[in-house]
Design a protein around this ligand. Structure first.
Ligand SMILES: C[S@@+](CC[C@H](N)C(=O)[O-])C[C@H]1O[C@@H](n2cnc3c(N)ncnc32)[C@H](O)[C@@H]1O
Length: 225
């Protein structure tokens, strides 16, 4: 016959279970307190696909500068790599009449981006996919936008030269592309934005230095757009 624990023992068991649960939640939530982690999605907390870049959103004035530097115009197809909550692509569609694709490896953020596109009234012009940016077909882009990391930009660079048509604009928030010199550099609210244009002879630059590119002067100081 099974003996029921005493009321005091039951309380101790419940307290122990609650303490273990609380410690688990604190440990999981701690991932959101990493210095690189500015915003946290459920995937970040509970685990999910391996991220090449942690989630951190681009501020509104920086998004506006990205659209301006990328000369995004009605009818342009924008591919936003590591789209997060979709804000760059959604702004490109709503404010510039563009269409396009946003990819993010985090399905929770992709679901949020779809909701945001619906709320912004541009769901018929933008598509969001849970996918690896290194496996995304870039060939339809007129403009590629990104907010990634220096080493991720460098890994991406050969793919940009391989897949993008000459003249396609590439816009990056915060990070450059190593020795591929940007056509323009500008600042908004302390953040730097870079613009490149895929050259006619992209093959010679896929992996090596852009030796013939004109030298770009110091970053244009700007306070906003
Ligand atoms: C710094 S955040 C930028 C978010 C958004 N573009 C913005 O500027 O607000 C980088 C994003 O890249 C996504 N990411 C990381 N590794 C990825 C990969 N291999 N493929 C696609 N997305 C990735 C992350 O989930 C994160 O949302």
């Amino acid at each position: 016959m099974v003996r029921m624990p005493s009321p005091a023992a039951r309380i101790r068991i419940v307290a122990l279970v609650l303490a273990v649960l609380a410690l688990g939640l604190i440990a999981l939530g701690g991932r959101c307190m990493l210095p690189t982690m500015v915003s946290c999605s459920a995937t970040t907390i509970f685990g999910g696909p391996a991220l090449d870049v942690p989630y951190k959103s681009t501020r509104r004035e920086v998004v506006a500068l990205m659209l301006e530097l990328g000369e995004i115009a009605p009818g342009d197809t924008v591919i936003d790599l590591g789209t997060g909550d979709g804000r760059i692509l959604i702004a490109a569609a709503r404010e510039r009449g563009a269409q396009g694709l946003g990819v993010d490896i985090d399905p929770v953020l992709v679901a949020q981006a779809r909701d945001n596109a619906r709320d912004a009234g541009v769901a018929d012009r933008v598509r969001f996919e849970a996918a690896d940016l290194f496996e995304t077909d870039l060939r339809s882009a007129d403009v590629v936008t990104m907010y990634l990391l220096p080493e991720v930009n460098l890994r991406l660079r050969p793919r940009l030269f391989e897949q993008l048509r000459p003249g396609t604009r590439v816009v990056s928030h915060a990070f450059d592309m190593g020795d591929w010199k940007p056509e323009k550099v500008a600042k908004a609210g302390g953040a730097t934005v870079y613009l490149w244009r895929i050259p006619e002879r992209a093959d010679s630059m896929a992996n090596g230095a852009d030796r013939d590119a004109p030298t770009v002067g110091p970053a244009t100081a700007r306070t906003g757009v």
